[in-house]
Structure formats: structure tokens, C-alpha cells
Design a protein around this ligand. Structure first.
Ligand SMILES: NC(=O)c1ccc[n+]([C@@H]2O[C@H](COP(=O)([O-])OP(=O)(O)OC[C@H]3O[C@@H](n4cnc5c(N)ncnc54)[C@H](O)[C@@H]3O)[C@@H](O)[C@H]2O)c1
Length: 247
């Protein structure tokens, strides 16, 4: 479709599947991640005018700005921004009083400051062009607390609110924003839990569909939400969770 799409956290998991799906649709992709390893393995044969690999920490203002400047210079103005990069903060970021302040700050920097910075950079051009879609990858943890993940749940709740604010402030300029809220998806992010048979059984027991989701399902949801077929979806948090939140 030849849109310019920025996907953060594209070196792994959901972001990788999203980037590959946009490429397969004929779009041009700026793939952003912390390091080069995952990015170098992403579509190694893609032409340089179809895929640009950018190493950046989305939570660092200077890196976010440099990265979007380079994406626009090499591919053109951004049509779609997918804020997917995320972290749960590691094993110490659990219940509130156990979460080290630096872990809280790191979760917030990646999961909410990053999307804020990137949206801030793409919105002026989207407003000018009267077009643009922002898909924020939040989580069911932003809609209902996820046990033992207080910073993560707070960050994803904030991302859902940020999405609503963008919809309310920018709809009149032809810009849409939606928050996809996945439940448990099999990725390197969740692998430790799903690789343990006991933990996996506990997870699956809480999902009405009795199965974890796939990155392909998440990528299909993102490309749909970014498409004109989804042109009346705006501002809403959309669970994609096999029925988890319906229980
Ligand atoms: N997997 C799930 O079950 C699940 C469920 C709900 C929401 N999510 C959300 O989906 C998104 C992707 O998760 P995933 O499961 O694919 O994880 P993942 O760990 O496989 O991939 C995340 C990617 O983000 C990158 N990243 C992390 N911090 C970054 C930063 N500061 N700047 C740039 N890149 C950064 C990582 O390097 C990694 O490549 C996250 O926002 C996560 O919160 C995942």
C-alpha cells in the first residue's frame, strides 16, 4: 500500500510480526529497537527504500527525535505509527512496595514516555497532511490490574488514556488513535512463563478460549486497525485476549 509505517520494538515478538506484515502489504517500514541484533535479522533481503532499521531508545528524547528525523528523511512523512516497544520491568518490578524506583522509571520511560515522545514528533505532520493513524500496543493489564505488575499495569493504563486524548484532540484533523490491548501472546516477553508447564497451565486456565494468542493474530489486528477499513475506530482500548477480560 506504500504507506510509511514506524514500528517500535520491531526486533522481537509482536513488533517483528507487525513490521513483517506491513512489509508484506507493500508498505515502507521504519523498524525501531534498542539494539541492532533483532533489527538485522528482520527481513534481511528487504530493499533499503522499503525497510529502514533504526537503533534507538524510545524513552530518550534525543534518540526518539533523531530516529524519526531519519525515518522521514529516508522514507517520507509518517502515515502510521505503531508504539509497540514495551517492558514489564524485570523480575523485581512486582507489587508496588517491592518495585525499585529505577524499575518503575524504566517501565514508564519505555511504555508511556516513549509513545508520548514519538506521538509528539509525528502529530504536527499528520495534522498538516490531515491524515495519520497511531496504534498503541497497550495491554489487558491497562484495563484490569495484572497481579504482581503494578508499574506495568499503571503504564499501560496511562497509554490507554493517552490514546483517548489523541483521539479527542486530533480527530478533527483526520488523525485516529487506537489502543490494542493484547492478552497473553506467545513472544520472548512471555516465554519464561509459558515455558514452565505449571505457569502455562495457570495462564491458560484463566482464558476462556483456553489458548494463548499468537504474534500473527496481533499483527493482523494492528494492520486492520491502521487500515481505512477501520476508519471509525477511534480512541478506544480494544482487548484481543481470547475472552480473558470477559470472564
Ligand atoms: N506478549 C504479550 O503477552 C503481551 C501482552 C500484552 C501487551 N504486550 C505488549 O506488546 C508489546 C510487545 O511485546 P512483546 O511480547 O512482543 O515483547 P518482546 O520483548 O518480544 O519485544 C519487545 C521489543 O521492544 C524492544 N524495546 C524494549 N524497550 C525499548 C526501548 N526503550 N526502546 C526501543 N525498543 C525497546 C525490545 O528490545 C524488544 O525487541 C509490549 O508493549 C508489551 O507490553 C505484550
Amino acid at each position: 500500500m506504500n504507506r510509511v509505517v514506524v514500528v517500535t520494538g520491531a526486533g522481537s515478538g509482536i513488533g517483528r510480526a507487525v513490521a513483517l506484515r506491513f512489509l508484506a502489504l507493500g508498505d515502507r517500514v521504519a523498524a525501531v529497537d534498542l539494539g541492532r541484533d533483532g533489527l538485522d535479522a528482520l527481513a534481511p533481503d528487504a530493499a533499503p527504500d522499503r525497510l529502514v532499521r533504526l537503533a534507538a531508545d524510545v524513552g530518550a528524547a534525543d534518540e526518539a527525535e533523531a530516529c524519526l528525523r531519519e525515518a522521514a528523511a529516508r522514507l517520507g512523512p509518517v502515515d502510521v505509527l505503531v508504539n509497540n516497544a514495551g517492558t514489564s520491568g524485570g523480575p523485581r518490578a512486582t507489587t508496588l512496595h517491592e518495585t525499585p524506583v529505577e524499575d518503575f522509571d524504566r517501565v514508564m520511560a519505555t511504555n508511556i514516555r516513549g509513545p508520548f515522545l514519538l506521538c509528539r514528533l509525528v502529530l504536527p505532520t499528520m495534522v498538516e497532511r490531515r491524515a495519520g493513524v497511531i496504534v498503541n500496543i497497550a495491554s489487558v493489564a491497562g484495563m484490569a490490574a495484572f497481579p504482581g505488575r503494578s508499574a506495568y499495569s499503571a503504564s499501560k493504563g496511562a497509554l490507554i488514556s493517552l490514546t483517548r486524548s489523541i483521539a479527542v484532540d486530533y480527530a478533527r484533523f483526520g488523525v485516529r488513535a487506537v489502543a490494542l490491548c493484547p492478552g497473553m501472546i506467545a513472544t520472548p516477553f512471555t516465554q519464561w512463563r509459558l515455558d514452565d508447564p505449571k505457569l502455562r497451565a495457570e495462564v491458560v486456565a484463566r482464558i476462556p478460549q483456553a489458548e494463548v494468542g499468537t504474534v500473527a493474530q496481533a499483527a493482523a489486528a494492528v494492520t486492520f486497525l491502521a487500515s481505512d477499513e477501520a476508519s471509525y475506530f477511534n480512541g478506544a482500548p480494544l482487548p484481543m485476549d481470547g475472552g480473558y477480560l470477559a470472564l
